[in-house]
Design a protein around this ligand. Structure first.
Ligand code: GLA
Length: 390
């Protein structure tokens, strides 16, 4: 059970933002992009995300109490005081996410976290598909890990935050977001094998090209149930394929021939889902090669193909994302574009020469307003390190 902080309590905790003494720990937790490899992390696939230069900022301080802690969010202008041994209910706002992290930490290192104060401010737009929730959880977990010297390693931080997000958001998410947020490296993408969690960093220098996000400013609340439904469809498609090919351990290892062979039993939806997954995995490999060869035209084509898969086969797009992807595709200034993240809203990711950004954004915003009657928010992004002390 938590109680709202009074204004004076809020102001008091808020001060730790301004404090620069050794007792205050400052952390920044980035959001993430994903260049390509969408909806395949939970199918054992390879993905190519990166942490970005838009972050949530945290200040932490021990407060000397045994269990009473205070947290505030500048964005919501609200704060709470609560007992760290009493978990919040899932779905009860931002505090319940943080409480989920505390429960996961408690399972791993019981009794080591004591009372603390924490103030946070997010510069990440919520619901735009750049993983503000993974940043929230991972920044909080890494902060507590550092403050109380808990000794939890990065991979365990990734897993515990993934678990907290699953429980508290209701979406059975994969590991990509938390991994990128924790292990990101400036000027690099992370090529992550989501089956083994082995990863390589891939240089993100793309000559004069940059990555531009265009936020549709749409977020659909159907996203969680549709996400879980897609995941279940993939799991059952895999089971059907495994009935004859037990050596196929994850859906990305299946082939389009296998899908064709089982098309009656799979039915139309599962055929489409599996086909996207198999093709998207190949596109990730092709993108890594194309980046190595500085072939940005090809990277752009692969982004376009990925959007087609997500729109027509995986069916996780929405009219606004489709409009922006199609608009970018017929514009010569853009090398390629696709919806990014879970879908049903959020951003497209566009590969574009830096010199064309301003003119393209102006035209796209006008067209988007006319077609969808919504504002377009451009978010230029650069790659960044994962959660770090500042
Ligand atoms: C969300 C999930 C990720 C991943 C993407 C889709 O961001 O949190 O695990 O599945 O959707 O690629």
């Amino acid at each position: 059970m938590s109680t709202k902080l009074s204004q004076s309590e809020y102001d008091n905790i808020d001060q730790i933002f301004a404090q620069a003494d050794a007792e205050v720990l400052k952390i920044e937790a980035p959001g993430r992009i994903n260049l390509i490899g969408e909806h395949i992390d939970y199918n054992g696939g390879n993905v190519l995300p990166a942490a970005i230069d838009k972050c949530i900022y945290y200040s932490f301080k021990k407060n000397g109490s045994d269990k009473t802690s205070n947290v505030l969010s500048k964005n919501f202008s609200e704060g709470f005081t609560f007992d760290i041994s009493v978990p919040e209910k899932p779905g009860d706002g931002w505090l319940s996410y943080l409480s989920g992290v505390l429960s996961e930490i408690e399972k791993r290192v019981p009794g080591k976290v004591t009372g603390f104060d924490c103030a946070l401010e997010s510069k990440l737009p919520i619901g735009s598909g750049i993983s503000s929730s993974a940043a929230l959880l991972c920044g909080f977990a890494k902060g507590l890990n550092e403050l109380f010297e808990l000794g939890i390693d990065d991979i365990e931080i990734v897993k515990l935050c993934q678990n907290a997000e699953r429980i508290f958001s209701g979406a059975n998410v994969g590991v990509m977001d938390q991994f990128a947020v924790v292990k990101g490296k400036k000027d690099h993408f992370i090529l992550l094998d989501c089956d083994t969690l082995e990863y390589k960093t891939i240089p993100a220098a793309m000559k004069s090209n940059v990555l531009l996000l265009l936020n549709t400013n749409v977020s659909h609340n159907l996203a969680d149930s549709a996400y879980n439904e897609r995941r279940a469809q993939c799991e059952s498609a895999l089971e059907i394929i495994q009935s004859k090919y037990p050596q196929v351990k994850t859906l990305v290892e299946a082939t389009e021939e296998m899908v064709e062979e089982f098309k009656e039993e799979l039915g139309e939806d599962r055929v489409k889902r599996a086909t996207h997954v198999i093709q998207e995995q190949k596109r990730v490999e092709a993108t890594v090669e194309a980046l190595k060869n500085n072939d940005f035209e090809l990277v752009g084509d692969l982004l376009n193909q990925s959007h087609d898969g997500l729109q027509n086969l995986y069916e996780v797009s929405c009219p606004e994302l489709d409009f922006l992807a199609a608009y970018a595709r017929k514009d010569d200034r853009v090398l390629g574009a696709r919806m990014m993240g879970g879908g049903f809203g959020g951003c497209t990711i566009n590969l574009i020469d830096e010199k064309n950004v301003d003119s393209f954004v102006a035209d796209a915003a006008k067209a988007y307003k006319e077609a969808c009657n919504l504002e377009l928010t451009p978010i230029p992004v650069k790659t960044n390190n994962g959660v770090q002390k500042i």
